[in-house]
Design a protein around this ligand. Structure first.
Ligand SMILES: Cc1cc2nc3c(=O)[nH]c(=O)nc-3n(C[C@H](O)[C@H](O)[C@H](O)COP(=O)(O)OP(=O)(O)OC[C@H]3O[C@@H](n4cnc5c(N)ncnc54)[C@H](O)[C@@H]3O)c2cc1C
Length: 296
């Protein structure tokens, strides 16, 4: 169903809307159609064909660039397609509509002890957007990108034809579709394998290094014992201090191993969008009455 703008497919190109990207770096004037099901997408595509408009799907609009914008073209906003279609807590397999936010997926899965193998650091993105951008996490060196854990996708091509693309069967097509930025068709459902976690607790280690070489050596030392690693670099340091910074490593642990709890530290992250790690903290504290431990 088309739920935002009821328009005559033969005559009206729909409502012009000024959209911006997450970075607010550009403004784009597009025809926006909000859809709540596959029929709505088919209807919108028919309107685009009749009006000779190019089409791009749109999730939460959290990509850094203008990937989800389409100046003078049509935007198909799939965020109302947000049903969890199935959840198997014994195998950790979930099927979702593309507009389901990462937040909604982890809220259900974490209660049963599961978590995505790969998640970007904001929970506000849609699962469709994560597949289309093939996002990665602070564990890319050992887990690879998001698409590696998608078992199959249902997609709608611009011809109006729908098909199921199974990673293990249609490997080449699957690899083309994942990370294709919405240019090959519209993802209408995603079936994903989640990861069993021992608890919502992690230990975190931070180390500073005086050069890029020092940080790379620390990564090499920490990679065996870490589940996640990242570095913040000082962009102003030069010469032999070029690339100096701080690395942060985290390891998933059992709740029994967790030392007395402390809240996540404040700092820059509190001024940004609430990160996924805060969501983990609130979910765990809701379930067990104690926030996870952060060992700074
Ligand atoms: C605070 C913040 C932190 C971030 N952290 C990370 C990170 O750690 N790692 C990382 O890799 N990225 C990260 N990102 C980027 C972001 O996670 C990705 O760009 C993600 O894809 C955005 O999802 P979205 O729902 O907002 O998609 P949108 O921005 O709406 O769309 C992104 C692309 O996906 C396409 N698309 C959307 N839905 C569909 C669909 N149903 N079918 C086909 N194509 C579709 C769009 O056409 C567009 O090309 C971060 C972004 C922010 C704002």
């Amino acid at each position: 169903m088309l739920i935002k703008h009821q328009v005559d497919a033969d005559t009206s190109p729909g409502m012009r809307t000024e959209l911006t990207s997450w970075s607010k770096s550009s403004l784009s004037s597009c025809f926006v159609y909000k859809v709540s099901d596959i029929e709505g997408i088919v209807e919108a595509l028919a309107i685009a064909r009749a009006q000779h408009l190019s089409v791009i799907p749109h999730g939460a609009g959290h990509s850094y660039t203008d990937a989800a914008l389409n100046t003078n073209g049509m935007i198909i906003d799939i965020t109302p397609m947000r049903k969890i279609l199935s959840w198997d807590p014994t195998k950790g397999i979930m099927e979702v509509e593309p507009g389901v936010a990462l937040r909604e997926l982890v809220q259900i899965a974490s209660k049963d002890g599961w978590w995505p193998f790969v998640s970007p650091s904001t929970p506000e993105v849609t699962i469709g957007g994560c597949v289309a951008m093939n996002v990665n996490d602070r564990n890319a060196w050992k887990c690879g990108p998001f698409g590696a854990y998608v078992l199959w996708l249902d997609v709608l091509l611009t011809t109006g034809e729908s098909c199921t693309i199974v990673q293990a069967r249609d490997t080449e097509l699957f690899r083309a579709f994942v990370g294709s930025l919405g240019l090959l068709g519209i993802i209408t459902s995603i079936t994903i394998q989640l990861h069993r976690i021992p608890s919502g607790f992690v230990t975190v280690r931070r180390r500073s290094g005086s050069s890029l070489n020092a940080l790379m050596s620390m990564f090499a030392e920490e990679e065996q014992g870490s589940d996640f690693m990242e570095a913040w670099l000082d962009g102003f340091a030069g010469e032999d201090q070029l690339g100096r910074g701080i690395i942060t490593c985290a390891t998933l642990i059992d709740s029994g191993e967790a030392p007395p709890s402390r809240s996540p530290t404040s700092g820059m992250m509190t001024h940004l969008e609430k990160p996924l790690v805060s969501l983990a903290a609130s979910l765990v504290s809701g379930a067990k009455g104690a926030p996870p431990y952060f060992n700074n």
